[in-house]
Design a protein around this ligand. Structure first.
Ligand code: ATP
Ligand code: MG
Length: 362
């Protein structure tokens, strides 16, 4: 059990962590979510003393680890940390990376450290790559190796700070499945993540952090579906929405594709729907609207709906009143209606926008 009592952290005028009091029980799997710069990393770093809190106390199983004479390296053995950027040693092979701290800090023999290391590599699916150097691994493999290295210390608690956010989308799944496996094993974990569906799937508890504090603490159903605090509600709502503004013809379509991919990942939108969104966006904006509007100003909003797999795409655009159903480009229009469960056009008057077209994608 970890208990934080009025923990705070100040750097000069900045106060990234303010008066946090909370109890983390054995076996809790906690997702830490919240806007950027609200102290999520600072909270994790204070818990394993990578940063010393400037206020308050932290207890692990009743022992005060923030006491002046408490040995910080002992804390780091009990509370392991996995970073966004892996932090493997480049001059050591994967297995050496995993053996090192076991020999140096736990006093194991090289053979013992090797055996345990190989066992953990097999657990994260990397047995074949033990003799490679980090540079010879993909991002997902590096992160799995880093997780194995953390596990090699047999920590009681594992803290993970955005473990998949530096990864190419194709590798997120393999790392998430290792983490999911760990979460299922009863280990106490805290994970900072922006992937809400993943958080919901693995955690028993969510901390919504805002302004340096834990603004709301509750089970995932509460935080994601029925948040009690206004700040939480707004954050969750914002996540579900993606807005793209197309102004002029020099629009970065590949960039928009990446934003759509990230949005879908955060919300756990399936690959099939993600593909359909990209298709609808390109067919409508590039193929149908661009040829019709001389100076395009197009505003696209995507909103994910929790009830079943559905994304609503709402497109506002300028120019004369024009229903895409009347487009000469019948093929593109047919693609759009083919992947949607309904489309709707209406004339509007909202600033520069004169048309609204919405597409329900399932
Ligand atoms: N070493 C430092 N010196 C000064 N300010 C710092 C330091 N580390 C963090 N901060 C500040 O503390 C605040 C919280 O930072 P923190 O990294 O904990 O946020 P975060 O919630 O993890 O954000 P993100 O989602 O972007 O990772 C930020 O405003 C940051 O600029
Ligand atoms: Mg952070």
């Amino acid at each position: 059990m970890i208990e934080l009592r009025h923990v705070g952290k100040k750097y000069g005028d900045a106060e990234p962590l303010k008066d946090v009091s909370v109890v983390i029980n054995d076996g809790d799997v906690i997702s830490v979510i919240g806007p950027s710069g609200t102290g999520k990393s600072t909270l994790l770093r204070c818990i394993n003393l990578l940063e010393r809190p400037t206020e308050g106390q932290i207890f692990v199983d009743g022992e005060e680890i923030t006491a002046p004479r408490y040995d910080a390296s002992r804390v780091r053995r009990r509370i392991g940390m996995v970073f966004q950027s892996f932090n493997l040693f480049g001059h050591l092979t994967v297995i050496e990376n995993i053996m090192m701290a076991q020999v140096d800090l736990l006093g194991k023999s090289r053979q013992e450290a090797y055996d345990r290391g190989m066992e953990l590599l097999s657990r994260v699916g990397l047995s074949d790559l033990a003799l490679r150097y980090p540079d010879q691994l993909s991002g997902g493999q590096k992160q799995r190796a880093a997780i194995a290295r953390t596990l090699a210390m047999d920590p009681e608690v594992i803290l993970l700070d955005e473990p998949t956010s530096a990864l190419d989308p194709t590798m997120v799944g393999e790392v998430q499945s290792v983490i999911r496996d760990l979460a299922g094993s009863g280990k106490t974990m805290m994970i900072v993540t922006h992937e809400m569906n993943f958080a919901r799937a693995i955690c028993s508890r969510v901390f919504y952090m805002d302004q340096g504090g834990i603004c709301e603490d509750g089970p995932p159903e509460q935080i994601f579906d029925h948040p009690r605090k206004e700040l939480t509600r707004r954050f969750i709502q914002r996540l579900k929405v993606l807005e793209l503004a197309v102004e002029g013809r020099e629009f970065d379509f590949p960039g928009a594709g990446t934003q759509i991919d990230q949005y879908c990942m955060k919300n756990g939108v399936s690959a099939r729907i993600r593909y359909r969104i990209r298709l609808a966006f390109e067919e409508l904006v590039q193929q149908i609207l661009f040829p019709r509007i001389r100076e395009p100003r197009i505003h696209v909003t995507l909103e994910y709906s929790e009830s079943g797999e559905r994304v609503e795409m709402t497109v506002l655009y300028n120019g004369e009143v024009f229903d895409p159903a009347d487009s000469e480009n019948e093929l593109s229009y047919r693609v759009i209606t083919g992947i949607s469960s309904g489309v709707r056009h209406e004339a509007v008057s909202e600033g520069d926008y004169t048309n609204l077209f919405s597409i329900s994608i399932r």
